[in-house]
Design a protein around this ligand. Structure first.
Ligand code: S3P
Length: 169
């Protein structure tokens, strides 16, 4: 694990942050929450970054952060849901770590994110149909980036974490 990272990817609200926290504790590794790091470094919320500077600027911050993470290693990384949209990011992740794709149905995702207001792509689009549509558009990208795919529907957090560790051995 020392020079490698574990990257959790997948749609907004799939549970990347929660699972990353458990994994980092169990593996005694550094925890990196990408969105939180970007917010802290920018001194702005994700909403504010999108509002003031636009999505491309946010994606640039995301790519720059991935660049730094992949130069180091030793971390469990909870990626933003769109962190795999740029091929260069995926290439860097695969080169120095294991990429784990967490999945859930649009209905499950909706239940988890429905009261969230800090996800600009869902603000004003908070419904199962939109989530299903965006998920479908991204499905291939997530699948192609993934070393392992783990379904989270109906499983508890520790079960998911165990599954990931088991596959990474
Ligand atoms: C995004 C997901 C968000 C955040 C931003 C964009 C996306 O992260 O990076 O709102 O494009 O899917 P979470 O997956 O942690 O919600």
């Amino acid at each position: 694990m020392e020079n490698r990272n574990i990257f959790l990817i997948g749609f907004m609200g799939v549970g990347k942050s929660t699972i990353a926290k458990i994994l980092a504790e169990e593996l005694n590794a550094e925890l990196i929450e990408m969105d939180e790091t970007i917010e802290q470094e920018a001194g702005l919320t994700i909403n504010e970054i999108f509002d003031k500077y636009g999505e491309t600027y946010f994606r640039d911050l995301e790519s720059a952060l991935i660049g730094r993470i992949t130069k180091k290693g030793g971390a469990v990384v909870s990626c933003g849901g769109g962190a795999v949209l740029r091929e260069e990011n995926v290439a860097k992740m695969k080169a120095n770590g294991t990429v784990v794709f967490l999945t859930a149905t649009p209905e499950t995702i909706f239940e988890r994110v429905r009261y969230s207001t800090n996800r600009p792509l869902l603000n004003g689009n908070m419904n199962v149909e939109y989530i299903a549509q965006l998920m479908k558009r991204r499905q291939d990208i997530y699948e192609q980036a993934a070393d392992n795919v783990i379904s989270t529907d109906g499983k508890d957090k520790s079960q998911i974490a165990e599954e990931i560790i088991g596959k990474d051995r």
